[in-house]
Write a protein that binds this ligand. Structure first.
Ligand code: AHR
Length: 504
């Protein structure tokens, strides 16, 4: 079948917030320590402890925001233990992730230095589960107070004169589970209390306060009780092909696993739509954003690695999940304001992996690099006429914190999103989800005359092709050009491919 994509340029779409392209770096496994952070004395080139090859790679992604310090770790973290001379900082037991004892050498100043090095806005998750209102309020005073105050003085003693620019602020993380095992009514009250004392002390600046959501019932109660005090509602969606006990291998899989993974990945859309319906009851103007601040694939750890470190390889299948998810997030940017893939380095669906002094960019990295054209561009609505690739079916296994989805929606072979940037360029991103069939896609643009498309395409010889430390460039994008006549361009997409095109 010939697939058809119609792009509407005359309908008014929302802006795709660049913050949909956010990342997440938790104190988990080798994401921070022995990943991004090697320490000032490491033989691996670094700037003030942060690994230079990774900083360079991340800068190229134009990461809009970086979420830290967790995750589950956030509700165990006490910020005062991570400031001052490193030799005097107490350690912390990372109870959720392998029980390792960390030395707290990466704290507030170090994390914010990383954000400055890569050009990302910080997105900090404060501790509600085991912290106090005072502790969170003082952290904000420490971070944002320009004048004289006890916390501003302490910050200056520790070497930072000016306050930092802090806007994105999470009030807890998964407080229904690792963040305190709370009930929704209780968390809603705590959220109201904590947020009352969360201030940005820099004149003219305010906080974007994020409350922790879960599934329909929780979200309904939280919105009812606290929507007036919220800017964002955090929800998480992980793509787990199997069950929690046996999630499936990241690299050894067959066609049914490929299809199930993509179908579960696509179901993030069902979760967004359901959450949006609930939010519409209290916020029909869509002032409050969905903050999908954890998403991505979650497979069994690589054999021989610490099960608590969540280290997994990354194949072209992950690239397809990334391309598909980002298309869905773009297409729902009327409600989705922030999103963060989990996690940046060496954990879950990472964009980079490290081994000693070696570093590789994963297929997922290349998708983020290609899709950055959509950041802050205007969404152009699209219609897709495409064959069903996998039919609707009952859910098998579970998919983590995913909105209690019971039924998997059918997925089409082609997924797209399109946008118009501030220079007047129209960009289209396309995925051919099929494991072995190419797709001929006819692209029509209503309201614009176009005859060609220029961009790049990411594909790979096998379903499980990946980049390794010995062969880091097996899966890398190639130039891609397409043309046509009479305002219909034809793109020949190879099986299992992700493409970006600028149309003209
Ligand atoms: O990303 C790994 C973990 O998944 C996070 O710490 C937690 O928030 C979620 O359950």
């Amino acid at each position: 079948m010939k697939h058809r994509v119609l792009i509407e340029t005359e309908l008014n779409g929302p802006t795709i917030s660049r913050h949909i392209y956010g990342h997440f770096a938790e104190h988990l496994g080798r994401c921070i320590y022995d990943g991004l952070w090697v320490g000032e004395d490491s033989p691996i080139p670094n700037v003030r402890g942060w690994r230079s090859d990774l900083v360079e790679a991340l800068k190229r992604l134009r990461i809009p925001n970086l979420r830290w310090p967790g995750g589950c770790f956030a509700d165990t973290y006490h910020w005062r233990d991570g400031i001052g001379p490193k030799s005097e900082r107490p350690g912390i037991v990372n109870v959720y992730w392998g029980g390792t004892v960390e030395n707290n050498h990466v704290g507030t100043h170090e994390f914010l230095d990383l954000c400055e090095q890569i050009g990302a806005e910080p997105y900090i998750a404060g501790n509600v589960g085991s912290g106090t209102v005072r502790e969170m309020a003082e952290w904000l005073e420490y971070l944002t107070m320009p004048g004289d105050s006890p916390m501003a003085r302490l910050r200056r003693q520790n070497g930072r004169e000016e306050p930092w620019n802090i806007r994105l602020w999470g009030i807890g993380n998964e407080n229904w589970g690792c963040g305190g095992s709370m009930r929704p009514q209780y968390y809603a009250d705590l959220y109201r209390q904590f947020q009352t004392y969360c201030r940005n002390f820099t004149p003219g600046k305010s906080l974007y306060k994020v409350a922790c959501g879960l599934t329909d019932e929780w979200n309904d109660i939280l919105m009812r009780e606290a929507h007036r005090f919220m800017d964002g509602l955090s929800i998480h969606y992980y793509t787990v092909p199997g069950a929690w006990a046996a999630k499936g291998s990241a690299t050894q899989f067959e066609v049914p696993d490929w299809q199930l993974t993509l179908q579960k990945g696509a179901n993030i859309e069902q979760f967004i739509i359901r959450t949006d319906h609930i939010m519409n009851r209290y916020d029909p103007q869509k002032r409050i954003g969905i903050v999908m601040d954890e998403w991505g694939t979650w497979f069994d750890v690589e054999p021989g690695t610490n099960p608590g470190f969540l280290y997994q390889q990354n194949t072209i299948r992950d690239a397809l999940v990334a391309g598909l998810t980002l298309n869905i997030l773009n297409n729902h940017s009327d409600r989705v304001q922030v999103a963060n893939i989990a996690q940046t380095v060496n954990v879950l669906q990472a964009v980079a992996l490290t081994e000693g002094s070696r570093m590789l960019r994963t297929p997922t990295y290349h998708v983020f690099e290609m899709y950055q054209v959509h950041q802050d561009a205007k969404l152009l609505p699209t219609h897709v006429l495409s064959e069903t690739y996998v039919p609707e079916r009952d859910m098998q296994g579970t998919s983590g914190a995913n909105g209690s989805v019971n039924r998997l929606w059918q997925i089409k072979q082609i997924s797209v999103s399109a946008s118009l940037d501030s220079c007047g360029n129209t960009h289209l991103t396309l995925c051919n989800l099929h494991h072995d069939q190419p797709a001929e896609v006819s692209i029509e643009v209503r309201g614009q005359t176009v005859s060609r498309g220029k961009g790049r395409i990411l594909t790979a010889p096998a379903m499980n092709s990946m980049n390794t430390f010995d062969n880091p460039d097996t899966v890398v994008p190639q130039d891609f050009e397409v043309s046509g006549r009479d305002n219909a361009i034809v793109a020949e997409l190879p099986a299992r491919s992700v493409a970006v095109l600028r149309l003209s």
